[in-house]
Design a binder for this molecule. Structure first.
Ligand code: FES
Ligand SMILES: [Fe+2]
Length: 456
């Protein structure tokens, strides 16, 4: 399979030598390396606004390609290349009109299903629509609370290939999800999610503590679609809290953690590290659990309001701790360092993942030396979106880590830029809603943190 255009520009530098791991490794050559002909979950259902008079699209990227998603007149999600064929403006900043995507710049309208232009306002009546007036339309399906996009060959986009797990069909489980775009390489993020040894240190006091940092044998097995960690690892790490936990990576970018506590409570965490572009990851986190219904219900309600950004804020601490490590790693790799240079036994899963990634994404961290056209504006947009208008993630992180109240100016700024009501506005109703949501989020966070602390 030919690599995506953006990837093929990465230099073919061999990756770090990972062969000195202490244990014999196993075969992974059967795990598919076609990263184009795959369904990617690109958004949670509520992220694409329902049809309304002022419907908007959502813009993001997948494998380096800009895409715009919106709902047509039947609320069916459509996905178009985020590039108008007229003068290449971004379609995602336009509006949705009668189920068609209207370009913001000169009002050309596009059919979401075919990508064809259905209306050109300034076209003379005696002229035909130019045959090139068409944008790419991606196969797109809404299923299991997620919006799935197929970036590969259209004739191979078989809906039955969308993954499905028993938990996703169990209506008794409550669902919650959140998306964050980050200036992070997707493979480093994916690898971070299979790196148990970092949790006691990078997340000390969050869902693990330094005391948990002790020798751990990490038995990895290959599955048909990825890698799997022996259920005993959690019990080894936290002998005081017997439970069953499995950890799985499914090619190309899904990590799933399943936990069953002693009392039989279950929790399924799904992490998707979507490769947006070199150095950019769209991280989608979803959770299925059979406890905490009222809090989940409140959170799902909040997700549809501007207060959703408070929910994001409440949940940013742990990702930002990871980002602190990963941005440093990225900087060092850019300056010539290897990655995972001295693996030990508990890095086995990451080593195997790296070997797969080397084949699938061509030997190296795919953004390294990338000479493509990802512009600084895109990066700033992504960071700004994720960080409430902070100039950089680092600035946001520093400010918030020192005092959570420092988030307020960012939220005010975000509200202003996006023309949304400011949840911090000093009104009675606003303050009450804020207090209520903060309490709910705090409680959910505490419950989740306790659970995770016991499972990690
Ligand atoms: S650039 Fe889109 S209509 Fe002109
Ligand atoms: Fe982490």
């Amino acid at each position: 399979m030919a690599p995506p255009a953006a990837l093929s520009q990465a230099p073919q530098v061999p990756g770090a030598v990972l062969d000195h791991i202490e244990e014999p490794l196993f075969g992974i050559s059967h795990i598919g390396t076609d990263v184009r002909n795959v369904w990617y979950p690109i958004a949670i259902e509520h992220e694409i606004p329902r049809k309304s008079a002022t419907s908007r699209a959502m813009g993001t990227r997948l494998l380096g390609e800009p895409i715009a998603l919106y709902r047509d007149e039947t609320n069916t999600v459509r996905c178009l290349a985020d590039r108008c064929p007229h003068k290449n403006a971004k379609l995602s900043v336009g509006r949705v009109l009668d189920g068609k995507m209207e370009c913001f710049y000169h009002g050309w309208q596009f059919d979401g299903k075919t990508g064809e232009v259905s209306h050109i306002p300034f076209l003379l009546p005696d002229k035909q629509t130019p045959p090139q007036a068409k944008t790419k339309s991606y196969p797109c399906v809404e299923k299991h609370h997620l919006i799935w996009v197929w970036p590969g060959d259209v004739d191979k986009a078989d809906e039955s290939l969308i993954p499905c797990y028993p938990e996703w069909l169990d209506k008794r489980l409550c669902f919650w999800g959140q998306t964050t775009e980050m200036p992070i390489d997707h493979s480093l993020w994916c690898e971070n999610l299979m790196d148990i040894a970092h949790t006691p240190f990078a997340h000390d006091g969050q869902f693990s503590s330094r005391q948990d940092g002790k020798p751990l044998r990490y038995e990895t097995k290959a599955t048909k679609t990825g890698l799997f960690v022996d259920p005993q690892w959690a019990a080894e790490m936290r002998k005081d809290y017997p439970l069953k936990q499995t950890m799985e990576w499914i090619a190309p970018c899904t990590n799933i953690v399943r936990t069953t506590s002693k009392s039989g409570r279950m929790l399924m965490l799904c992490f998707y590290s979507i490769p947006m572009a070199p150095g950019m990851t769209r991280h989608i986190f979803t959770m299925y659990k059979d406890w905490g219904y009222p809090l989940t219900w409140i959170n799902n309600l909040l997700a549809k309001t501007p207060l959703n950004h408070l929910a994001q804020l409440a949940n940013q601490t742990i990702p930002f701790q990871d980002m602190t490590a990963i941005t440093g790693i990225m900087r060092n790799i850019k300056e010539g360092a290897g990655y995972l240079s001295v693996p030990i036994q508990c890095d086995e899963m990451a080593v195997m993942y790296r070997r797969w990634h080397g084949k699938a994404f061509h030997k190296d961290v795919w953004w390294k030396g990338w000479a493509g056209n990802l512009d600084i504006e895109d990066l700033t947009e992504s960071v700004g979106h994720s960080c409430f208008g902070a100039d950089s993630c680092g600035q946001y992180e520093r400010d918030i880590t020192h005092d959570p109240n420092n988030a307020q100016p960012y939220i005010e700024r975000w509200a202003k830029v996006h023309h949304k009501p400011n949840p911090f506005a000093p009104t009675w109703a606003g303050q009450a809603a804020l207090l209520l949501s903060a309490g709910a989020l705090g409680a959910l966070g505490a419950v989740a943190a306790t659970r995770l602390a016991k499972t990690a």
